[in-house]
Design a binder for this molecule. Structure first.
Ligand code: UGA
Length: 446
């Protein structure tokens, strides 16, 4: 019989994983400690914006007309223990307050609660991003606290999904990495992932520490790539070069590649910034902090971008924000998401507001979350309304909607035709042709 699956923690990762497992044909039970989330998911509603996820969920949630009924949700640990053969732990690991290290409170609590209800053989699979060494410790905890003892096995299976592409990345991952301690775990996971593996997805088997490190290494590499091109943007700006052309030209070299070389106001979100910091903190504990000193630089190049955007805007307004109206297009940390965690766009908006600017923000999906985090900023229901009367427009998250704006129409409502492109995504020539002073990061001023 096919293994029955549980998913613990129903955020981006868990909700998507649970729906994807049901799509692959498994019976799935999802658990979260927040009853409101479980109630919503049980009705086939997704608590965040993620393209395609709600459709996938509704195809499988029990009780929804026409669904397969393979997916259910609960808040009961007992039910999870009784139901599952394979338990995926997908809770988050945020940055600790006032420290670089990551906060393992949720992971530790989930493992303790789960262990207590494991009364028969089971495979527990960690998916959360954790400091290297955690899996070995958690395997011990499971053995110690589970009534089933040695019949409970642990595997570590990091997740590489991107917000905005969560469904596609989960159903068709570019690799599956599993850190295991024995053959049984590998065999079960090969069964769980038989469909993507059958489609050609590489299945990489490692030990625990390597599996944990693969995840942090991958995110560190991505962060480094972005900061590299942003460092080039700084030099381009000083030398009157064009970082967009530079990225295109170096990207033709396959060893470098074109992806993740978009210069602008830098990376944010719930993953890259906190993951590189947690990695540095862990390296320090392991006595190899020098190996990751470069990540400090990656982090500071990245944070400098936000400050630089504020500087460009101030310069554009003749040296001060006082009494000036500033339109901000974009609040989320990237397009096709409603996530505003550590969003560079909101950080820039907030800094300008604190320096006396009258900031009005518009974002296609992130308004509610942005309001929650920065209630004192102004918000408008459309891009056009946000720009009404503005002395300068800042393009800070590259939603498709903003690329489609008509420069002439927008020119009618602003107080001055000035735009700064913080994502190098707008068509400079089209804006300049419509009479706008257009400036982008790391590109020559016309
Ligand atoms: C990132 C990784 O890409 C995923 O592989 C990983 O699974 C995930 O973290 C995670 O650890 O859970 P995500 O946070 O969704 O995914 O966002 P990315 O697409 O990596 O973008 C991160 C930030 O970098 C965004 O603010 C984006 O605007 C910025 N970025 C990206 C650039 O500034 N330039 C680029 O060229 C690419």
């Amino acid at each position: 019989m096919a293994p029955r699956i549980t998913v613990i923690g129903t955020g981006y990762l868990g909700a998507t994983h649970a729906a994807a497992m049901a799509e692959l044909g498994f019976e799935v039970l999802g658990l979260d400690v927040v009853p409101e989330k479980i109630e919503m998911l049980g009705r086939g509603k997704v608590p965040m914006y993620e393209p395609g996820l709600e459709e996938l969920l509704r195809r499988h949630v029990a009780g929804i007309e026409g669904s397969t009924g393979r997916l259910r949700f609960t808040t009961s640990w007992e039910e999870v223990g009784e139901f599952g053969d394979v338990h995926f732990v997908c809770v988050n690991t945020p940055q600790k307050h006032g420290e670089y290290a990551c906060d393992m409170t949720y992971v530790d609590a989930a493992f303790s609660s789960l262990a207590a209800v494991l009364r028969r053989p089971a495979l527990v699979v960690g998916k959360s991003t954790v400091p290297v060494g955690s899996a070995a410790r958690l395997a011990g905890l499971l053995r110690e606290l589970s009534p089933a003892g040695d019949e409970v096995e642990l595997a570590w299976n990091p997740e590489f999904l991107r917000e905005g592409f969560a469904v596609r990345d989960t159903l068709h991952p570019d690799r599956i990495v599993v850190g295991v301690s024995g053959e049984h775990g590998e065999k079960l996971l090969r069964e769980v992932y038989a469909t993507p593996v059958g489609e050609g997805t590489p299945f990489v088997v490692t030990d625990y520490p390597t599996a944990e490190l693969v995840k942090t290494a991958a995110n560190s590499f991505l962060a480094t790539k972005i900061s590299f091109i942003n460092a080039m943007a700084e030099v381009c700006e000083a030398a009157d070069g064009d970082v967009v052309k530079l990225a295109e030209a170096i990207g033709h070299d396959e060893r470098i590649g074109r992806k993740f070389l978009r210069a602008g106001i830098g990376f944010g979100g719930g993953c890259l910034p906190k993951d590189i910091r947690a990695f540095m903190a862990r390296a320090g504990e392991l006595g190899v902090d020098q190996a990751l000193t470069f990540l400090r630089e990656v982090d500071s190049i990245n944070m400098r971008r936000r400050g630089h955007m504020v500087e460009l805007a101030r310069e554009c307004l003749g040296g001060s924000f006082l009494g000036q109206r500033v339109a901000v297009l974009g609040a989320t940390f990237k397009p096709d998401s409603d996530d505003v965690r550590d969003s560079p766009a909101l950080n820039v908006a907030g800094q300008i507001h604190l320096q006396g600017g009258q900031v009005t923000v518009y974002d296609p999906k992130g308004m509610a979350n942005a309001r929650g985090l920065f209630p004192t900023l102004g918000y408008a229901p459309t891009a056009l309304e946000a720009c009404r009367g503005a002395q300068v427009v800042l393009h800070l998250t590259e939603w498709a909607e903003f690329r489609e704006l008509d420069p002439a129409a927008l020119g009618e409502v602003v107080a001055a035709r000035r735009i700064l492109d913080g994502r190098n995504a707008l068509d400079a020539a089209a804006w300049r042709d419509a009479g706008w002073a257009f400036r982008a990061m790391g590109r020559p001023q016309a």
